[in-house]
Design a protein around this ligand. Structure first.
Ligand code: MRU
Length: 350
């Protein structure tokens, strides 16, 4: 049984500590703003949709811990500012906080804690439901017997539901069987090696772990039918920010004529940004590269550049799978796709 990735019951926020997987399945309680902020920043919880869900519950914990509504309202600006600053790239964080902020702006006098929890639970529920729709829309893009590559972790651990790209893969495997997933180890934080392999093993999906740098060679050898990744933020033109290494994978896929699919809920789409160059890219501590898992590799003082994400140009993305349907590239106009009340209703659109 996979433990619950996140839960909020009787005012208590509990998460599975992803930094200890796959060796220990350890639940931790996040009891205040400080702890929620640290858990997001240090990747105890990670993955764009799960960051959004955790932040929403984090607002409940932080404000709900105040003795009364006026104190909660006084504290709110600090809570939102600190949570917004915890990780800059995943737009789901900002999307979830905006929804919570709207509740705070109209916070009722009585039942205010319940009002906050209702919205956070709705965000969580919608995230889980969207995952179901992603899996349904993505599955037809996979043939039985497909060999695929994935990068980073996009499974249940990344959302609290079925997952995004990995949700599609696990769902398709359960439906037609016979899928084989190559898992990029995903340096420098090894989400592929630690988390994706763990999830695939639990789901009974055959898989092979590869060094990130083996992916292009695997494609050259004809070993891969398609590439499946998630996203942390997608600009209106389809440019996609995802875990560092995604862009290299897309370049290799394009060179070898391998379809490259991005799977993400519409809460990951940032219609305010015209193109990917405007997406803020988180840079993380040099030690993640010089001393992975605390084991020094490089000489002390080595200069490091450690962007946590890169941006894959839309032209390299064969299709974007959302909960509303599949949008095919290589040109995207997501303002047109998702603006106004247009619903894609599961049909492939140009
Ligand atoms: O730094 P992380 O582990 O939060 O990065 C996660 C990813 O890049 C995922 O691919 C992305 O969030 C999409 S999966 C839901």
């Amino acid at each position: 049984m996979t433990p619950e990735v996140v839960s909020f019951r009787a005012g208590r926020l509990t998460v599975l500590d992803q930094t200890r997987l796959p060796h220990e399945e350890c639940l931790v309680e996040l009891a205040d703003l400080e702890q929620v902020e640290r858990a997001i920043r240090t990747l105890v919880v990670r993955g764009a949709p799960l960051i959004g869900v955790t932040a929403a519950f984090g607002v409940c914990v932080s404000l709900g811990g105040q003795p009364a509504r006026p104190a909660a309202l006084d504290y709110a600006p600090e809570v939102f500012a600190r949570l917004r600053a915890s990780r800059p790239t995943a737009i789901n964080l900002f999307w979830a906080l905006e929804r919570m902020e709207r509740v705070v702006e109209a916070l009722p006098d009585s039942g205010w804690r319940e009002a906050l929890e209702r919205e956070a639970q709705a965000i969580f529920r919608e995230t889980v439901e969207q995952d179901e729709a992603l899996a349904a829309h993505g599955a037809p893009l996979l043939e039985s017997g497909a060999r695929v590559i994935t990068h980073c972790n996009t499974g249940p651990l990344a959302t609290g539901g079925r997952g995004t790209a990995l949700g599609v893969l696990i769902g398709a495997h359960n439906a037609h069987g016979n899928l084989h997933v190559y898992v990029d180890e995903t340096r420098p934080r090894w989400q592929g090696a630690h988390l994706t392999t763990w999830e695939l093993a639990k789901a009974g999906v055959p898989h092979t772990l590869i060094a990130d740098s083996a992916a292009a060679f695997l494609m050259q050898r004809g070993g891969v039918h398609s590439v499946w990744v998630g996203a942390d933020r997608i600009a209106a033109n389809g440019d996609t920010a995802n875990k560092i290494g995604t862009y290299s994978l897309a370049l290799a896929a394009s060179h070898h004529g391998v379809p490259f699919y991005v799977v993400a809920p519409t809460s990951t789409v940032d219609l305010a940004l015209s193109e990917g160059s405007a997406i803020p890219i988180e840079e993380r501590a040099p030690e993640e590269v010089t001393a992975p898992e605390g084991r020094p590799l490089a000489p002390e003082g080595t200069t490091v550049w450690n962007p946590a994400f890169d941006v894959t140009p839309a032209a390299l993305v064969s299709a974007i799978v959302t909960e509303q349907g599949v949008i095919r590239g290589p040109r995207y106009d997501l303002r047109k796709s998702f603006g106004a009340a247009r619903v894609l209703a599961g049909t492939a659109t140009k």
